[in-house]
Design a protein. Structure first.
Length: 275
C-alpha cells in the first residue's frame, strides 16, 4: 500500500527550514559585506537545490528510491539553471532598484530590515514552496503514469523558461535592439515566458507529490502560492510597473497575453516595437 512517512517528513520539514535559513543567512552576510542585496536573487535557486539535496539524503529508507531521485534531480537542475542564468544576467550591475526602494522605506535599521524582509523572508518562501519536493521524497509509491505526466509538465516548464531567457538575452545582446521591446519568439505569445515556465515547473513537482489525497491536499499551497508570487506578487506585477513607462510597451501589452501563452491578438493601430 502506498503511504507517506509523516514522521520522517516532520523531521525533514525542520531540516529544510534550517537549510534554507542557513543558506539565506550566509547570503545576508555576503550581501552586507558587498552592499548588494540583489545577490539574494542568485541564491534563490541554489537554496531550493540545497533543500532538495538535504531531503534526498534524509529520506533514504523512508520513500521510494526512484521517486526520491527524480524529484531531487528535477529540483536541483531547475535551481542551478536559474541561479546560473541570474548570475550571468547580473554581472556588472549595481543594486536592484526593487531592493533600493524597499530599504529606503525601512523603519529603523536598514540592515536588520533587509535581514527580516529580504533574506529571512525568502528563506521562509523556499521552505513553503519546497513542500512538494519534501512530501514526494517520503512517499513509498513507485513511479507511475501520473509521475511521468508530472515529469512532462516539469520538463515543458523548464524548456519554456530556458528558451524564453535565451531569446531575451540574445535580443538584448544585439546593440540594434537597444531601447526596443522584445516581442518575438515565445515573447509574442506571453509577456512572461520565464515566469510561466517557472510556474509550470512547480506544478509538475507538485504532481510528483500527489501519491494520495492527503499529501496532495497538504502541499497544494506550494504551486498555488508560487503562481500567485509570479503573477500578482513580486514577479509580473513589479516588472510591468517598471516597464509601463517604456514607449511601445502599452501596445505590446495590448496584443500579448500577460501570463498564459496565447496567440497574439491583432496589433493595435499605431502600435510600435520601438522604445
Amino acid at each position: 500500500m502506498n503511504s507517506t512517512d509523516w514522521g520522517g517528513l516532520g523531521v525533514n520539514l525542520a531540516a529544510a527550514a534550517a537549510t534554507a535559513g542557513a543558506v539565506l543567512l550566509a547570503t545576508f552576510a555576503v550581501a552586507v559585506r558587498r552592499g548588494l542585496h540583489r545577490i539574494v536573487d542568485i541564491v534563490w535557486g541554489l537554496a531550493f537545490a540545497a533543500v532538495a539535496a538535504v531531503t534526498w539524503m534524509l529520506s533514504a529508507g523512508h520513500g521510494d528510491d526512484g521517486r526520491r531521485l527524480v524529484v531531487a534531480a528535477a529540483t536541483v537542475l531547475w535551481g542551478l539553471r536559474l541561479s546560473a542564468h541570474i548570475a550571468h544576467r547580473s554581472r556588472g550591475h549595481g543594486e536592484d532598484p526593487r531592493y533600493t526602494a524597499l530599504l529606503d522605506k525601512a523603519p529603523g535599521n536598514r540592515t536588520l530590515y533587509a535581514l527580516r524582509t529580504v533574506h529571512l523572508g525568502q528563506a521562509a518562501l523556499v521552505w513553503l514552496i519546497s513542500l512538494p519536493v519534501q512530501a514526494a521524497s517520503y512517499s513509498s509509491a513507485p513511479l507511475d503514469a501520473l509521475a511521468y505526466c508530472a515529469l512532462a509538465v516539469w520538463a515543458a516548464g523548464l524548456a519554456f523558461e530556458t528558451v524564453g531567457d535565451h531569446q531575451l538575452a540574445r535580443f538584448k545582446a544585439d546593440p540594434a535592439n537597444r531601447g526596443r521591446i522584445m516581442d518575438g519568439g515565445l515573447w509574442a505569445w506571453t509577456r512572461h515566458p520565464n515566469y510561466f515556465g517557472d510556474g509550470l515547473v512547480w506544478w509538475g513537482l507538485y504532481l510528483l507529490a500527489c501519491t494520495a489525497w492527503q499529501p496532495a491536499l497538504a502541499v497544494l499551497v506550494s504551486p498555488v502560492f508560487m503562481t500567485m508570487l509570479l503573477t500578482i506578487g513580486s514577479g509580473k506585477r513589479l516588472l510591468e510597473k517598471h516597464m509601463a513607462h517604456r514607449p511601445g510597451y502599452a501596445e505590446y501589452a495590448a496584443r500579448t497575453s500577460g501570463f498564459l501563452p496565447l496567440p497574439p491578438r491583432k496589433a493595435v493601430r499605431g502600435g510600435s516595437r520601438s522604445a
